[in-house]
Design a protein around this ligand. Structure first.
Ligand code: NAD
Length: 380
């Protein structure tokens, strides 16, 4: 009983004194410097501009100009093709090849012609009704953009973990995601659809994004992108999954791009075959754990991977990813002790000692609480 009381007492003390003082101390030290994450940790939609726009009522004057490009003159936000699609894509292509990602190209003499690439993209979609698209629509574009590329031991896939995965892959410096390839980087986050009645051949007012009678139209670009990227991955690959989805949504689910277009397309034979699939399963701070490695959909995934002849490994929350999650959600309950320990380590690095005695006392209390709770659990 005494252990129970010690535990409860310490825990309450921790709550009223330690956590608040830690937050206070940390906030004091960082004064007015706030590093806001550049995007949400987990991008629920890969096309945030569409989903935001869909919630907004259509601008009245825009309804009248459904056959006029909203991109001429002043900019009007619509549900249609992104204004400046061509310029953005060609600009991204130049930036990718000459500034950012040249190191990823296996053969650095293999520089692509950006105008030609855009033309391959445009001829697949311009003047074409959106719902007529299918999985071969963008074949030429992907062939041109990705020919000669192999991603060896560094390919990273994701499902339900866009933000954390891309923070971790660090624009290709650590790992290479689909979005770090030229073909996907040129189009990522953009919206487009053809319109046979429009002088530009694109619909700048509204894109359906949901063809009831032709599911392949919606999957045409990103489905083929995912499939092609999976075929380029070799050696050990990495997949970052979300083990804290709400509403019992599994970490690995049928009908995801990962399950339908990536997993079935990893090479099993030849020089550029995949050897091992490493699953990194994340549990978001302040959210419930719905699945761990070795449970539920992870068992299903393991069986599928082993049946294809790949080695399988699964790790819950690798430290480097915990740090990224806590970096994005540094006020979360699970991140407080880490914040404190890091503060002390940095004080020591800067000043040779920890500045705050109060922080040391708080930390002792944190440790005591943890010990008391462990003791209580073991005892009872
Ligand atoms: P996810 O569940 O996080 O979905 C990613 C996006 O695709 C979300 O916006 C989701 O709403 C949409 N989506 C998912 N399944 C869909 C379906 N059946 N029909 C229409 N839209 C669907 O993760 P995921 O589905 O596994 O896709 C991520 C993987 O696929 C990554 O490994 C990536 O390589 C690739 N991918 C990238 C993009 C992109 O825009 N960059 C888009 C799709 C797929």
């Amino acid at each position: 009983m005494i252990y129970y009381q010690v535990s409860i007492f310490s825990f309450v003390l921790l709550l009223v004194t330690d956590i608040t003082s830690l937050i206070y101390a940390a906030d004091q030290k960082s004064v007015d410097i706030h590093l806001e994450p550049p995007y949400q940790a987990d991008r629920s939609s890969i096309r945030p501009s569409i989903s935001h726009a869909q919630k907004k009522p259509k601008p009245k004057f825009a309804q009248k100009m459904h056959l006029i490009s909203s991109c001429n003159g002043s900019y009007v936000k619509t549900n249609g093709t992104t204004c400046g699609l061509k310029e953005i894509m060609i600009g991204r292509c130049y930036e990718y090849q000459y500034m950012k990602y040249q190191l990823f190209l296996t053969n650095q003499s293999n520089v692509k012609n950006c105008t030609q690439l855009y033309q391959a993209f445009e001829s697949a979609v311009r003047y074409k009704p959106y719902c007529n698209m299918n999985m071969s629509t963008y074949e030429k574009y992907f062939q041109l953009a990705l020919s000669g590329v192999h991603v060896i031991n560094r390919a990273m896939f994701w499902s339900g973990t866009y933000g954390v995965t891309h923070a971790y892959s660090a624009d290709g410096a650590n790992y290479i995601t689909l979005e770090d390839t030229l073909a996907a980087a040129m189009a990522n986050g953009l919206v487009w659809c053809g319109n046979e009645n429009h002088t530009d051949g694109f619909d700048f007012f509204s894109c359906p994004n949901n063809c009831k009678d032709n599911r392949w139209a919606d999957l045409a670009f990103w489905g083929l992108a995912s499939k092609t990227f999976a075929q380029l991955a070799a050696g050990e690959i990495y997949v970052v999954l979300n083990g804290s989805h709400a509403n019992d949504r599994p970490a690995f689910r049928n009908n995801s791009y990962f399950s339908d277009f990536e997993l079935p397309n990893f090479r099993r034979t030849g020089e550029y075959r995949v050897t091992k699939i490493n699953i990194l399963l994340l549990h978001s701070p302040d959210k419930n754990v719905t699945e761990k490695c070795g449970e539920k959909s992870l068992v299903q995934l393991e069986n599928l991977i082993l049946a294809q002849g790949f080695q399988y490994a699964c790790k819950d929350d690798p430290e480097e990813l915990i740090l990224i999650m806590c970096g994005n959600q540094w006020k979360a309950r699970e991140c407080q002790i880490a914040r404190h320990v890091l503060r002390q380590a940095w004080d020591k690095k800067l000043y040779g000692t920890s500045l705050s005695k109060r922080n040391s006392h708080s930390f002792l209390l944190v440790c005591l609480t943890a010990l008391a709770e462990i003791f209580f659990l073991v005892k009872f």
